[in-house]
Design a protein. Structure first.
Length: 260
């Protein structure tokens, strides 16, 4: 378990399954102990025990099983409140509170904002608490989720929404996919110095068996191939070498289809 101090809460990062991360948000000024995307109930239970606190909320970013499998057992054990996108109410086990994109709400003392990040799934949402972003499978370290339900255009809109967050926003995504993603990034963005530095840094981090997550919005904007289309020079260069139009959406589409 790795822990990170934020203004009025701590975030605990729990590895689960092969490459998932589950996050616990432990408020410092109220009783809230919330979990984001509990892939595995027993891992969450162990962490709650260690913290000596009951689980109060489950927040789901989307309905996929590796993000919701723990819902039922945790609900049973803690009688916690389950929040998820209204759009996916039927697909999220034990949902109590159906939330809408762009909605803001309080979790005890903690203010939460919701962003629509549809694409990977149609109802995919992200949760923003102060400078912490929980984006599930919408944005990864140096990558983004495969588009199972949405359109390329919708996914590009979603990524642009995330890119508008403050540069120092911490990106707590749901999988440790960074190193394989960086291999693709290097292939399509070979001259990017920030990318080279990140590859060096994240490779070291993984060798020491530490997470490359959280990263930040500024790191992702500088190195994530699926946010690089925000940079006009990158678009021009990429479009030229791939013989496509240099609009950001075109470049994003080509990158997403090339990665497969
Ligand atoms: Zn997913
Ligand atoms: Fe996932």
């Amino acid at each position: 378990m790795w822990s990170y101090q934020h203004s009025t809460f701590q975030i605990h990062q729990l590895p689960a399954l092969n490459d998932n991360y589950i996050y616990l948000i432990e408020a410092t000024t109220c009783d809230v102990l919330a979990v984001i995307d509990p892939a595995d109930a027993s891992i969450v239970n162990q962490a709650c025990q260690k913290l000596g606190k009951p689980l109060t909320h489950i927040l789901n970013t989307h309905h996929h099983w590796d993000h919701t499998d723990g819902n039922q057992a945790l609900k049973q054990r803690w009688n916690c409140t389950v929040l998820g996108a209204a759009h996916d109410a039927e697909r999220i086990p034990c949902i109590d509170v159906k939330v809408l994109p762009e909605q803001a709400f309080q979790l005890g003392d903690l203010a939460v904002n919701i962003l629509d990040v549809g694409g990977h799934t149609l109802g995919h949402i992200a949760y923003v608490l102060d400078d912490a972003l929980f984006c599930g499978d919408a944005l990864f370290g140096a990558g983004c989720g495969r588009i199972f339900e949405g359109t390329l255009e919708q996914t590009w809109q979603s990524l642009q929404r995330l890119a508008q967050l403050d540069d120092d926003t911490k990106v707590y995504c749901a999988h440790e996919y960074t190193l394989p993603n960086l291999r693709f990034a290097r292939a399509v963005d070979a001259n990017n110095e920030a990318l080279k530095a990140r590859i060096h840094r994240d490779t070291q981090t993984r060798m020491q068996q530490n997470p490359t997550i959280p990263s930040t919005i500024s790191i992702e904007k500088a190195t994530n191939p699926f946010l690089r289309p925000l940079d006009a020079d990158f678009c021009t260069e990429y479009a030229q070498s791939n013989h496509i139009d240099d609009t950001a959406l075109n470049v994003f589409t080509h990158l997403r289809q090339t990665k497969g």
